[in-house]
Design a protein around this ligand. Structure first.
Ligand SMILES: NC(=O)C1=CN([C@@H]2O[C@H](COP(=O)(O)OP(=O)(O)OC[C@H]3O[C@@H](n4cnc5c(N)ncnc54)[C@H](O)[C@@H]3O)[C@@H](O)[C@H]2O)C=CC1
Ligand SMILES: O=C(O)[C@H]1O[C@H](OP(=O)(O)OP(=O)(O)OC[C@H]2O[C@@H](n3ccc(=O)[nH]c3=O)[C@H](O)[C@@H]2O)[C@H](O)[C@@H](O)[C@@H]1O
Length: 461
């Protein structure tokens, strides 16, 4: 592929390296936008599933999109990187950047390895597009590696195009993103990226063209801001509890100010998942390396507030059970880090379940989609096949992930199944009045244990 824009050239063919949550969705979305796409992964089981149109994780809408394009042959999957590079022109790097063991830093070794492997396998000129979330400065280093590993006579450019999709809404977020950020482009590579994203650009999606470090940092800053919003409301929730205020009503009132907005102001168990926690820690680490200490202390505080929420839910459970969970049966509703996914990476729900299990509780977990993934990392917990089974004979019930079926569960019927009448609403998601009317004692973060009406009113002197 010539890097010069030529209106007569055929559409660029696309490879996607790493077909996990991000890459599988990106590959299917690129096919939907009209391109020939080949996905590559080192995990043969993942590739085998994707190749027959099966998504190896739960993501609403993705199976349909994948099958649609696998069946026409426009979207293929392979473990053979050389096959993919031979058949494509634009190579999206979508491999993982998990937290390093024993450090807050991101592990960029997969990104480095994947990029170098692509470059070494190039048979014709290509554009390498980083999508993985990386610490600022990574792409600059990779550029050096790209140039020193190019086969002779081949030209390649490396740019960064971070991804902002949310799990559970990944398909819509990829097909109709809020913005497209492209960093470090030349005129030629910018033109190619505008061709690749022609469909969302045509519907008015803003395109931000910037330098490499800005592109890397936009992504990390977006996640850091979302995390800060959540920890902010959780800090205020603590004040609400102490003062007898209601954090949910407060968040609604705050949200009417469009400068603040209502999203990411749900107080409770806090954030988890494969991205927010590791991304704020990587930012902490990288900011420290760069001597930018304000970001280090801010992110440290955000992380600490967030992790303390898990302990606070454990404390509420102890309180509900009179100080000990030993041999008490705890029905846990939710294992995924949020609804609409089966992802349990750094899931606050599973973290609480495991901590209570370690203290000697009989923990029975139910999640509509994440039972299988949860069992893989915590096989020793008890698992139920339904809400009813988890609640049956429970001394206390914990709602840890706000799946719609938990939010709409009938408190009267559940009370008839449970042994006790205590529920901890760790996501502030159930209809508290309805549960209390049914006979439950409801505890939650950011709202007092008793209905506000029954509390003494503070009268200033
Ligand atoms: N999961 C999400 O919602 C989003 C993730 N991101 C970022 O995208 C990146 C990927 O995240 P996920 O998809 O969640 O991770 P993941 O762990 O689900 O997928 C990564 C995939 O890369 C594969 N892989 C590793 N080395 C490879 C290589 N050399 N060649 C080919 N395949 C290789 C792995 O086998 C795995 O299937 C991370 O940097 C993450 O921060 C960004 C936005 C959203
Ligand atoms: O970099 C990534 O991978 C992605 O990380 C997040 O997406 P995701 O991890 O899918 O989940 P979110 O919807 O952001 O939720 C994260 C966590 O925050 C919690 N949360 C969210 C909102 C809220 O008000 N309160 C709250 O505790 C959720 O329960 C969940 O545990 C970002 O929202 C995406 O834009 C980003 O692309």
């Amino acid at each position: 592929m010539s890097m010069a824009k030529n209106t007569d050239t055929p559409a660029p063919r696309i490879s996607v390296i790493g077909t996990g949550y991000l890459g599988a969705t990106h590959a299917a979305a690129m096919a939907e936008m009209g391109f020939e796409v080949i996905g590559v992964d080192t995990d043969p089981a993942k590739v085998a599933a994707l190749a027959i149109g099966e998504v190896p994780f739960f993501e609403p809408g993705l199976p349909e999109l994948l099958r649609k394009h696998v069946s026409t042959g426009r979207l293929r999957f392979t473990t053979d990187l050389a096959e993919a590079t031979a058949l494509s022109d634009v190579h999206f790097i979508c491999v993982g950047t998990p937290q390093q063991r024993g450090s807050n830093a991101a592990n960029t070794s997969y990104v480095e390895a994947a990029t170098v492997e692509v470059v070494r396998n190039l048979t014709h000129d290509g554009l390498i597009v980083g999508k993985s979330t990386v610490p600022v400065g990574t792409a600059g280093r990779l550029r050096v590696a790209v140039q020193s590993n190019l086969p002779s006579g081949i030209h390649a450019e490396l740019i960064w195009n971070p991804e902002f999709l949310r799990e559970g809404k990944a398909v819509a977020d990829t097909l109709t993103p809020d913005r497209i950020v492209i960093g470090g482009t030349s005129a030629a590579s910018e033109a190619i990226m505008r061709e690749v994203y022609a469909v969302p650009i045509a519907t008015g999606t803003p395109v931000i063209v910037c330098d490499l470090p800005t592109a890397e940092l936009v992504k990390v800053s977006a996640n850091a801001f979302l995390a800060t919003k959540i920890s902010f409301i959780n800090a205020i929730a603590e004040v609400c509890e102490a003062a007898g205020a209601n954090v949910t009503v407060l968040a609604d009132a705050l949200g009417h100010d469009i400068r603040i907005g209502r999203q990411f102001l749900n107080a409770g168990l806090g954030f988890g998942g494969g991205c927010l926690p590791k991304d704020i820690r990587a930012l902490m680490h990288r900011s420290g390396e760069l001597g930018a200490h304000s970001a280090v202390s801010l992110m440290q505080q955000v992380d600490e507030i967030n992790m303390a929420q898990r302990q606070r839910v454990i404390d509420l459970t102890l309180e509900a059970l009179g100080g000990s969970v030993l041999n008490r049966r705890i029905g846990i509703l939710g294992a995924a880090f949020k609804p609409d996914t089966d992802d349990v990476r750094d899931s606050p729900a599973l973290n609480v379940a495991a901590a209570l299990h370690l203290r000697g509780a009989q923990v029975i977990v139910f999640d509509p989609e994440a039972g299988t993934t949860a069992k893989k990392i915590f096989p020793t917990l008890g698992y139920a096949d339904s809400t009813d089974e988890a609640v049956t004979n429970a001394d206390v019930v914990l709602v840890l992930t706000e799946w719609p079926e938990f939010v709409s569960a009938d408190p009267v019927r559940l009370l008839g199944l449970a042994q006790g009448a205590s529920v901890i609403d760790a996501r502030n998601c159930i209809d508290r009045a309805a549960w209390e009317q049914a006979g439950w004692t409801v505890r939650s973060l950011g709202r007092s244990a008793q209905p506000t009406a029954g509390r003494p009113v503070f009268v200033p002197a």
